[in-house]
Design a protein around this ligand. Sequence first.
Ligand code: SAH
Length: 471
Amino acid sequence: MLLTLTLSQPDPLHSAADLGFLLHKHPERVQTQTLSFGAASVFYPQVSAQRTTAALLLEVDPVGLSRTARPGEGAPLEPYVNDRPYASGSFLAVALRDVFGTAFTGRSRERQALADTPLTFTVHLPCVTARGPEGLPERLFEPLGYVVQATPIALDPLYPEWGERPYVDLRLSGQVRLRDLLAHLYVLLPVLDGKRHYYLNEAEVGKLARHGAGWLDGHPERDLIARRYLRFAALVRQAEEGFSVTETVEAVAEQAAENEAQAPTTSAFPRPRLHDERLRWVADQVHTSGAAQVLDLGCGEGKLLRLLLDMPQIRRLVGMDVSARALEIAARRLNLRERPEVAARVQLLHGSLSYPDSRLKGFEAATLVEVIEHLEPHQIGPLTRHVFGEARPGTVIVTTPNREYNAVFEDGAEEMRHADHRFEWTRPEFAAWAGTTAQTHGYALTLHDLGDTHPDYGPITQAAVFVRQNR
Ligand code: SAH
């Protein structure tokens, strides 16, 4: 991928070739630098007093990257076959910062006055990833004073009916200080990209705060920029409540640093706490139901079983899962071998909710915590019949993600939260299934919002409690 930066002659006393002093890169040499994700070269296709162009050529190493890819992400071939080497986005932003570090600070030993002056620059990026609403490049760069020319790139020029790819040929020109231009690109290229290939770590988020200083807070698309950068709904809300983007980004960095200090290998995303809260809510519901015999369907590694075992009211606890490996881990975590008094109350069953199973009959309560979305949509009918029609527990507690809430996440609404999910329901979809299920099988139904709740998109997790009516 390529970026060219052209300076037109700033004034009669200076030559456009002074760009070399501003970038700290000599116009007569090709300079190559190795980065963590590839190699970057800087060279000058044209040098004259009137116009000087510097080019940054970035060669991303997709195979090297695939070795550090996180498991469970995207399609199996995705780490090898993708647009990373060709389309400019987050990688280019990071490369700019690494290659032109001194220029980012605005210092120039030889030409400080020029570095401090708005100059006539043109930036050309032949292929930039631009996901999201149409006109986004204009909305992001025009308020900063640039003339923007964004030309969509067709999938194949011979077949216009195939449509366009999420890429544009982008040209920006304006009167701007070099350090501001670099900061704008650094922050806004990943925003345009929408999906960060390069996982910004916590230190990186802090840098974002610095590069946004002075222009981000006054930007009319501040909220969109914040939403695409900030992963935590609560912090996005903070931004909406009048905290500046800079403060919010700093809060993210702080929180992330804290998380990292506690668990160096886990991501900054506060999933564990969310899941713990959800499990506690489900355990409370089981407690309220008064059930003594409880079934945890899709029990996974047994987190809920552990909570339920602490409740003296429960005499018999059965965990069921389709994954034998998850059950092995559950058995180990519950320490069944060394605790005969626990083993006497709990049993783990290997089975699938897609099939009828007489072992599931005779329970006062059953839980399905974040399970239904792991089945294929066509299996939901059978699951519903097997649980509500045949096993018929007195109370059934179901939780599942609310797809609408995904809009709050950085990557937007089009993606699911976990690679294993086969579907995610909106609130109306979940309510429709729950309503029909309750009616068909004779259960009373209440719906609940769990966890952080967005005013428009609703809760992060939706839940239903079914209570059997006719005994
Ligand atoms: N309830 C647990 C695990 C949720 S993950 C928790 O909240 O921590 C979803 C679980 O559903 C996985 O353990 C998966 O193995 C299980 N699962 C998926 N399809 C299933 C099926 N057809 N029958 C039973 N369990 C299934």
